[in-house]
Design a protein around this ligand. Sequence first.
Ligand code: HEC
Length: 191
Amino acid sequence: MKKNIFLLLMAILALSSCSKSLSKKEVEQYTIKGKDIAMATQKKLGGTLVEKMKNGGVREAVPFCNTKAIPLTKEMSEKFNVTIKRTSHRLRNPDNKPTDEEVLIIDEFSKKLKSKKALMPVVELDKEGKPHFYAPIIIKKKCLACHGELSVDVTQVSDSIIESYYPKDLATGFKEGDLRGIWSITFNESE
Ligand code: HEC
């Protein structure tokens, strides 16, 4: 009898975990939404950054990133009712530290990039059953002044400004086309 109840419980568990996966259509929808949110956030961060770089170069742009990157990301999170995070395997700000799940995704993207495979966004349910969107962040030319090679792209002066805000900075030495990190967006509605 006990064994039967156990088997029944296992069957219920198996069924309920099945119904918890996302349908193909949901994956498509969250991919579109995630891409839109990441693009809007990038525009918001990047737009002001370009302005600051034009006005005062790295000396003005780095303090802007230091005080505004996380609050601006939070503002966009509230706007879209999601949690937006930018994280990396080579961090500048330790507050952007990746979770175990994010580390796995970053590894997956790195491997794909190395073997020259296309990097596509990933949508899956996270541990809490919330839909989660991940997409690669690739280094472009305009990122190099603050994330490129020391003394080549990042001047000594820029480097010392960055160092003064981020003494544990690991986010230089990148080349155009490298994986800088990922967007990690959690949708607050659970399925
Ligand atoms: C003016 C210098 C500057 C430029 C240009 C710049 N960044 Fe950054 N970046 C920073 C700073 C400073 C931080 C830390 C922000 C913070 O404190 O949250 C940062 C953080 C990040 C992070 C978050 C992860 C981490 O390491 O903390 C990512 C991802 C990132 N940058 C990608 C880019 C990309 C991609 C570009 C080009 C499109 C770019 N950055 C251009 C200065 C810059």
